[in-house]
Design a binder for this molecule. Structure first.
Ligand code: AMP
Length: 279
């Protein structure tokens, strides 16, 4: 496994890898969710590359950039075991050198949900993903459904900017009690960890309502709010039932729905989602 920090080293190493190359972008502190993307890439591509970069530009000024968990030696050991060919671990100065001033903005699909709560977040995401696509020249790139809006934004970005990259979205990996794996779960104390199961319970309650025939988006939102309200440690930021493609909030009835929620458990902000209907 080749590990490099500079862009020139990355480009040289990448040029020696066979195509199609599968890229898995991450912010590190890897868990089984990340590894599921690597494993999928491994199955579908002769060569697999991973980036580990805690991207400052996707964090707001009040967010957890400085505290974000990091463990590069452990991450590299996991990736080596997983059979990854190339890892890029750039410093912020490599990605955003002094004088940097170019940004990529995906408009409509970035505006609601996470984009509304985290102004500038998707500008940071779209910019880093653009830079990663240029640097690695992958034929395929793997992202998690865990970040549902990010998946929609990146699909749009790749299409709008004509990147010859197939964007592949992989299912959310969960703990046995339903909590979606996330590097931020490391912030939770034992009581908060228990309380955090409320996100998945709320989503499942709405999914069950849908399975019982409920199609009114507002009723699905109410079902989620009702479950979340029963957990004293949970402070709800948003509850959404939206169109999975446009991300527009649904008013009235719908067949396919992206159910998504953002909740503070103590100081830790968690998100999760499920898509119901369709197919
Ligand atoms: P992050 O390091 O949080 O930026 O995540 C890197 C990639 O892993 C993103 O595409 C995430 O959507 C994906 N990911 C994070 N958590 C999970 C999970 N529990 N299941 C599947 N994919 C995940």
């Amino acid at each position: 496994m080749i590990v490099c920090e500079s862009l020139s080293d990355l480009r040289q190493a990448r040029a020696r890898l066979a195509n199609p190359l599968g890229l898995v972008p991450t912010m590190g502190y890897l868990h089984q969710g990340h590894l599921s993307l690597v494993e999928r890439a491994r199955q579908e591509c002769p060569c697999v590359a991973v980036s580990i970069f805690v991207n400052p530009s996707q964090f707001g000024p009040q967010e957890d950039l400085a505290a974000y968990p990091r463990d590069l030696p452990h991450d590299l050991a996991m990736l080596e075991t997983a059979g990854v060919d190339l890892v890029w671990t750039p410093s912020p100065q490599v990605v955003y050198p002094t004088g940097y001033q170019t940004w990529v903005t995906v408009e409509r699909v970035s505006s609601g949900l996470e984009g509304e709560q985290r102004p500038g977040h998707f500008r940071g995401v779209a910019t880093i993903v653009t830079k990663l696509f240029h640097a690695f020249q992958p034929q395929r790139a793997y992202f998690g459904q865990k970040d549902a809006q990010q998946a929609v934004v990146i699909r749009r970005l790749a299409s709008d900017l004509d990147f010859p990259v197939e964007v592949i979205i992989c299912p959310t990996v969960r703990e046995s009690d339903g909590l979606a794996l996330s590097s931020r779960n490391a912030y939770l104390d034992p009581a908060e960890r228990q309380a955090a199961t409320v996100l998945y319970r709320a989503l499942r309650a709405a999914e069950q309502a849908y399975a019982s025939g409920e199609r009114q988006a507002e009723r699905l939102r109410q079902t989620m709010r009702h479950v979340l309200a029963q957990e004293p440690l949970a402070k709800v930021q948003y509850v959404s039932a939206a169109d999975p493609d446009s991300l527009d909030e649904i008013h009235g009835a719908a067949e396919q729905v992206l159910l998504s929620i953002a909740v503070f458990i103590g100081k830790t902000r968690l998100i999760d989602n499920l898509v119901v209907g369709g197919e």
